[in-house]
Design a protein around this ligand. Structure first.
Ligand code: HEC
Length: 143
């Protein structure tokens, strides 16, 4: 009976431990959604499917920098066991993974300094966006 109870307790504890990571997983997925949302309109402008809007582009770059910084602290050990699309590689190669956020932030900052018109936008924007796919390829489960 004691053994049975402790098994139940251990299972319950395990469930609590995973649930405890639900918030941080949601926070990082929300942050990713925020940058994806910010990328949408400039992405359409790049393809000529929306008008180029310089102010909007700078707003988006500010979102990348802000969320990119915050995202660095959202991968605690144990949150790999939660309901997440992040691959184990995130925790196996944590330094490389986190450095990619620094690079995304640095690229967004450089783009913010260099983008002054549509021509500079077309040259700079893809450099920032290459950070997304590059990281997803190695660190996110394919959908
Ligand atoms: C350093 C790595 C990295 C970079 C850079 C990165 N992502 Fe992600 N992204 C991830 C990981 C890992 C997940 C899975 C998160 C999870 O499920 O816990 C994810 C998830 C997402 C999701 C799904 C969110 C959801 O609702 O579950 C979207 C959308 C997304 N990223 C968009 C972007 C865009 C757009 C960029 C570039 C501007 C970007 N990401 C840059 C690693 C990255």
């Amino acid at each position: 009976m004691i053994r049975f109870v402790s098994v139940i307790a251990a299972v319950a504890l395990g469930a609590t431990a995973v649930a405890a990571y639900d918030d941080v997983v949601k926070a990082r997925q929300d942050a990713m959604k925020a940058i994806a949302g910010a990328a949408k309109e400039p992405g359409a402008a790049l393809k000529g499917e929306a008008p180029f809007d310089l102010a909007k582009v700078h707003q988006s770059l500010a979102v990348f920098q802000e969320q990119g910084e915050q995202l660095k602290s959202m991968w605690p050990d144990g949150s790999d066991k939660a309901d997440t699309a992040a691959l184990p590689a995130v925790w196996q190669k944590k330094d490389d993974f986190l450095a990619r956020f620094d690079k995304m932030v640095a690229d967004a900052k450089a783009a913010a300094e260099n983008i002054k018109d549509e021509a500079s936008f077309k040259a700079e924007w893809p450099k920032v966006m290459s950070n997304c796919g590059g990281c997803h390829k190695e660190y996110r489960k394919p959908r």
